[in-house]
Design a protein around this ligand. Structure first.
Ligand code: ZN
Length: 200
């Protein structure tokens, strides 16, 4: 084959390839993936234990104390008296993570909450840690006051309690639960108190 012949045959070869591709039964037009479930609007926030007001529980280690990035919710009875108590979603939203990551975290749930009816982007994230049991699945939509799981002790390394974080920055790494740098984190109790449901 001369170099000239090779030069001229290339366009025909490519045309043939394109035609075959276009009619191949093995490449049907790709259907678009279903859109992700929209996050329903949070109509207010309640406390995660003893809802709506946290009755029967206290915040043993508030946000900021000892550089804590969350609140530690405990039963008034102390010790492990709250082990297995039901944890309720603080607001309507969407579960984005529910896994046992062991270590100091144990079972962790992360929930996205949309806080502005006008914007899909206005979101905060709640993180619940050290659970004993999950009652939900990732991608599940959840309503305020619906059960998420139960209070645990991260495999026995603490007295049972709920570590709750509320993050203004969505999708941060899991973190360490304590830091002098609080950027992206909110004071959970202050946030909940400021954003109670209007109609309840
Ligand atoms: Zn904690």
């Amino acid at each position: 084959m001369t170099p000239e012949f090779r030069f001229y045959i290339w366009p025909f070869f490519l045309l043939l390839l394109a035609a075959c591709n276009g009619h191949s039964p093995s490449s049907p037009p790709a259907s678009p993936p279903p859109p992700p479930a929209l996050i329903p609007l949070a109509d207010g926030f309640d406390f995660p234990l003893g809802p709506p007001d946290g009755e029967g529980y206290y915040n043993a280690q508030p946000f900021g104390r000892n550089l804590h990035l969350g609140d530690d919710w405990n039963g008034l009875g102390g010790g492990n008296t709250d082990l297995g108590d039901t944890i309720y979603s603080i607001a309507t939203g969407k579960i984005v993570f529910a896994e046992d990551i062991a270590g100091g975290w144990g079972k962790v749930i992360r929930v996205l909450h949309r806080t502005d009816s006008a914007s899909e982007e206005a979101q905060i994230e709640a993180l619940y840690a050290h659970l004993d049991t999950f009652w939900i699945q990732p991608d599940q939509l959840i309503k305020r006051g619906e059960a998420l799981g139960t209070v645990g002790n991260a495999g026995g390394i603490y007295y049972a309690h709920l570590h709750l974080e509320i993050r203004s920055a969505v999708g941060l790494p899991i973190g360490g639960g304590y830091s002098a740098d609080t950027s992206g984190y909110l004071d959970p109790s202050a946030f909940i108190k400021k954003n109670r449901p209007k109609s309840d």
